[in-house]
Design a protein around this ligand. Structure first.
Ligand code: HEM
Length: 493
């Protein structure tokens, strides 16, 4: 095309193609000039997050992002607006109590509806809730709740023994799920589904099992979720129905318990929230009941699967490692016959076993998305402008060979003398102002359940019954991680 006449002779399709080409070039030029384009990462992540969404839906995000870190280093672009970081200092910077990198709006897609202490992106709303909720779920606040937790743990071992009798094997995952759900139900609502007593999988448990997957779907395809209001898309509508049912159940239980507290006053069964129901009468600060209801819901969903999966992987790992099991059992044999949680806190090897399980099998393995403050931030020498999303994923932080030598080996003794880098890189409960509020409760459950299990069944091994293999324990993650076949068969002896 050498002259204007040649240009005039072009057909409509050719002109259209040139127009599209010019627009694409302009777009590419704009994208490539953005500072985030200079961050290491696959070229396609400069332009699209379609591949990341595909990975999300296959439940393999932590592995995919980790492979990118192995290839590109500690800072990697995973989509046009999101950078993942695998570095202790940068992680401390992003998840800090001082300088606020706010939670991203991803959390509101993950848990739609009114805000809770977990999902809110509003810093003041979060501070107010966290301050008022914290004391009851702190290490000292939990002391009065020990008997409830321990009674559920004892039932947990009872059910395992029964299943061994009846079936010759026990599905630890199932009983751990019932235990964790009963504990957090009782401590949040004052009543639970009594799963360990009824031994039946009801609609609530079925819903709870799918809530993380449904949340992952919503967060991955927020636009589609808006469309489902008008055009039903079965799998997405199902996710909304699950959430609706869980909410209804939570609201009814909490209302029942509030009435009980109002009628019986301080004699009512204490929960993690009950003091806040009556605080106003005593002239103390409290939260509106509608907001407390959302916090109770967040306790239920954040506090059941996480503990279940950690406990399941812990028992499985210890049963697979005879040396670890022998050392743990020997330590447990030093306990008095009527031991309780206060005795367990002094057991160093038990603590190391829990730490190592939280490291290698983090129940929340993916990045926890945060927004870079307006002025931008420099992470590992890379400037990220304000408004971009950054995250660090426990999966990668915990498998960094420079920090944890031979990182895929399950080796509790690595925690005998942890280095500063090990401590700074250890983020199974997140970090900063949004660190897990339930971590002391989770640790109490893990201590008691591990100690009661291995005291009662010191010769346990992994079963091969019903075709059970290590493949069943391969993880899949929709924000929360679980063994992909939702079972873990153990010969509990
Ligand atoms: C081993 C068990 C557990 C693990 C690994 C775990 C992990 C986490 C992680 C990584 C976060 C940070 C999430 C983020 O920043 O996006 C978190 C937050 C949270 N967890 Fe846990 N969690 C566990 C048990 C529990 C329990 C038992 C509860 C029950 C109360 C609970 C309630 C919460 C809540 C309410 C938050 C939000 C806190 C906030 O934003 O201030 N978690 N958890």
């Amino acid at each position: 095309m050498e002259s204007f006449n040649d240009f005039q002779s072009l057909g409509n399709y050719e002109l259209l193609a040139i127009g599209v080409g010019v627009i694409l070039l302009g777009y590419a030029f704009t994208v490539l000039r953005k500072p985030i384009s200079k961050v290491p990462g696959p070229s396609y992540t400069k332009f699209t997050d379609v591949y990341l969404k595909y990975i999300d839906m296959s439940g393999r995000r932590p592995e995919y992002v980790h492979a990118l870190h192995e290839k590109y280093g500690p800072v990697v672009r995973i989509s046009p607006g999101h950078v993942s970081v695998m570095d202790p200092a940068a992680t401390q910077q992003m998840y800090s109590v001082k300088k606020e990198f706010r939670k991203s709006t991803w959390y509101q897609d993950f848990v739609p509806g009114p805000s809770s202490v977990f999902s809110t992106v509003d810093v003041d709303y979060h501070r107010r809730h966290r301050r008022l909720l914290a004391s009851e779920i702190s290490e000292s606040g939990l002391v009065i709740h020990r008997p409830v937790v321990d009674s559920k743990v004892r039932l947990f071992t009872e059910r395992i023994a029964e299943e061994m009798e009846e079936r010759g094997v026990s599905d630890i995952y199932r009983w751990a799920l019932y235990m964790a759900t009963d504990v957090i139900g009782e401590l949040s609502f004052g009543s639970s589904f009594r799963m360990l007593e009824t031994k039946e999988e009801n609609q609530y448990i079925i819903d709870l099992k799918s809530v993380s997957f449904a949340g992952g779907l919503r967060a991955t395809f927020p636009t589609l979720m808006k469309v489902t209001k008008y055009i039903p898309i079965p799998v997405l509508s199902l996710g909304m129905a699950v959430r609706g049912r869980l909410f209804e159940y939570g609201a009814q239980s909490l209302e029942r318990h509030r009435k009980l507290v109002e009628e019986q006053g301080d004699d009512a069964k204490p929960t993690l929230l009950s003091k806040l129901y009556r605080a106003r009468e005593k002239g103390d600060e409290t939260l509106p009941f509608t907001e407390l209801r959302m916090d109770a819901m967040s306790y239920i969903t954040a506090g059941s699967d996480t503990t279940t999966n950690t406990l399941t992987y812990l028992i499985w790992r210890v049963c697979k490692n005879p040396d670890v099991k022998a050392k743990l059992v020997a330590e447990l044999q030093t306990l008095p016959a009527d031991f309780g949680d206060q005795d367990l806190k002094g057991l160093p090897y038990l603590d190391m076993v829990i730490q190592e399980t939280l490291r290698l099998h983090s129940a929340v393995p993916s990045g926890l998305p945060r927004v870079v403050p307006a002025e931008g931030a420099t992470l590992c020498g890379h400037f990220i402008p304000g408004g971009y999303t950054v995250s660090a994923q426990a999966y990668s932080m915990h498998k960094n060979p420079a920090v944890y030598p031979d990182p895929t080996k399950y080796d509790p003794s690595r925690w005998e003398k942890p280095t500063k880098a090990m401590k700074d890189s250890f983020v199974p409960f997140g970090g900063g102002s949004r660190i897990c509020i339930g971590l002391h409760l989770a640790k109490m459950e893990l201590r008691l359940a591990t100690a009661r299990f291995f005291t009662r069944f010191p010769n346990s091994t992994v079963s091969t019954l019903d075709g059970f293999t290590d493949k069943d324990m391969e993880p899949w993650s929709f924000f929360l991680m679980s063994p992909k076949n939702n079972r873990c068969l153990i010969n509990a002896h």
